[in-house]
Design a protein around this ligand. Structure first.
Ligand code: FAD
Ligand code: NAD
Length: 402
């Protein structure tokens, strides 16, 4: 009898860690494992705000898949998923077709623009290494234009960020560090650039701990970030955003949308039922429609039974889901009971640029400044250790607080 074939789509946190765990749980005789990804590298999505601001080199966030996943055990396919046919158990790729016995979907997120006119077309988004590097280059180009004969156009130096969720806040924190460097590089008066963050709710990080919100907002304002709260962006044009009921307009050389995410659109286009942009998975992380398909990470909602609401999609939860999904795949192949996913929330830490950070960990203990930044680095380094052992931590890890 031929071995069952497990196909993992997407080499993000969910896909990489599922593959890694499958290698530990199943022998080469028990299953064939295939990992399909757009690129031959994995990237640290959690560092993309730094890539986008230009505070780290894009290559720092990339890891060659074959450096951490044994290519003798896993077929690593560099291709783009176009569509999934779960009834026929087939995946359509740009360069061919692939069948499977078990499928793991970890294709990540896309920006959700909620039908705001012009947002999808004109705003940039922090979504992949390539798109983040483009933001970095675009901002620098605007500063270079200002320096090279367009100094009558102050708006070139205005950066508007839509949404004060974690991505927006971490990004403006990096910008607060990067913009003064660009001013020095292009001989620009540091009082000219503006970093404006527009949020529909009444504060940054709606729903987060109030002390941390106040701390984070002050830290960012002290470094020049301007906030506009209680005001929704209504429209985005090529060179401006329009917001609020009286449709105020700000001209900007750079507009970045961090107002929300949804599952990769391939999921909906492939016939999986979506609730608010993602699939509500069963407690064993399988699709309610197809019991040979696991849906993980930012493509899925996992319900928090205590609150009756889904957990926020994060790298932390994606990594934990990979443990349960791989154990359940092993159980399906060998026989045995499937595990229920239980999220072990270790807290949230947000970087605010440079040596600034804040967070709430374990039993609600709050961290600020240096200790929060160190904790953020420890979280990042722990993931690198899980993925590639001490060698990867030494090559890519973060050791200094800034
Ligand atoms: P991803 O990590 O996004 O991976 C998806 C993979 O699928 C990618 O490799 C992509 O190339 C590949 N792919 C996509 N489409 C295709 C296709 N059609 N064909 C083939 N391959 C494809 N969470 C935290 O817990 N802590 C943090 O500090 C944190 N910081 C963040 C900072 C930023 C700037 C952002 C944007 C998010 C952050 N998050 C953080 C959230 C976290 O990054 C996501 O929840 C996490 O990346 C989800 O993992 P995933 O495996 O589902 O998707
Ligand atoms: P989000 O959905 O968490 O935040 C979007 C923000 O945009 C919200 O505050 C919302 O009120 C605001 N918004 C929406 N429409 C708007 C409009 N028209 N005008 C103005 N404001 C508007 O999205 P995100 O920040 O990209 O985060 C996505 C996921 O990634 C979350 O689960 C988050 O927890 C996770 N993440 C975690 C970290 C971390 O742990 N450090 C960092 C980044 C992202």
């Amino acid at each position: 009898m031929s071995k069952p074939k497990i196909v993992v789509l997407g080499a993000g946190y969910a896909g990489m860690m599922t593959t890694k765990r499958l290698l530990q749980k199943l022998s080469a005789e028990e299953a064939e494992i295939v990992l399909v990804n757009k690129h031959n590298y994995h990237y640290q999505t959690t560092w993309l705000h730094e890539v986008a601001a230009g505070t780290i080199d894009p290559n720092r966030s990339r890891i060659m898949i074959s450096d951490v996943i044994n290519p003798n055990r896993v077929s690593i396919v560099e291709d783009t998923v176009e569509k999934i046919d779960p009834d026929q158990k087939k995946v359509q790729l740009t360069n061919g077709e692939m069948d499977y016995d078990y499928l793991v979907i970890g294709l990540g997120f896309e920006k959700a623009t909620f039908g705001i006119p012009g947002m999808a077309e004109h705003a940039l988004s922090i979504q992949s290494v390539d798109k983040s590097r483009y933001i970095r280059d675009h901002i620098e180009h605007q500063f270079a234009r200002y320096h090279n004969g367009e100094s009558d156009k102050d708006e070139l130096l205005t950066i508007v960020v839509g949404g004060s969720g974690f991505t927006g806040i971490e990004f403006v924190g990096e910008l607060a560090e990067r913009v003064p460097q660009l001013c020095r590089k292009y001989d620009i008066d540091p009082s000219k650039p503006r970093i404006i963050n527009i949020e529909g709710a009444s504060s940054i990080l709606p729903g987060f701990d109030e002390d941390l919100i106040n701390y984070g907002q002050k830290s960012l304002e002290d470094r020049g970030v301007e906030f506009k709260f209680n005001t929704f962006i209504k429209e985005c044009t090529e060179d401006s955003v329009i917001f609020g009921d009286d449709r105020e307009e700000i001209k900007a050389g750079t507009i970045v949308w961090t107002g929300g995410v949804q599952a990769n659109s391939i999921i909906g286009e492939s016939g999986f039922e979506l609730t608010k942009g993602k699939v509500n998975v069963d407690t064993d992380l399988r699709s309610p429609q197809y019991d040979d398909v696991f849906i993980l990470g930012d493509c899925a909602w996992v319900m928090n039974k205590e609150t009756g609401r889904p957990y926020a999609p994060t790298a932390q939860i994606a990594i934990q889901e990979a443990d349960v999904a791989s154990a359940n795949l092993a159980a399906l192949i060998r026989g045995g009971a499937l595990k229920e996913f239980v999220f072990d929330n270790k807290g949230t830490v947000a970087s605010l640029g440079g040596r600034h950070a804040m967070g709430s960990i374990f039993d609600g203990k709050q961290l600020y400044g240096f200790s929060a930044k160190m904790m953020k680095n420890i979280i990042d380094d722990r993931y690198l250790f899980l993925l590639g052992g001490p060698g990867l931590v030494l090559r890519k890890g973060k050791f200094k607080p800034f």
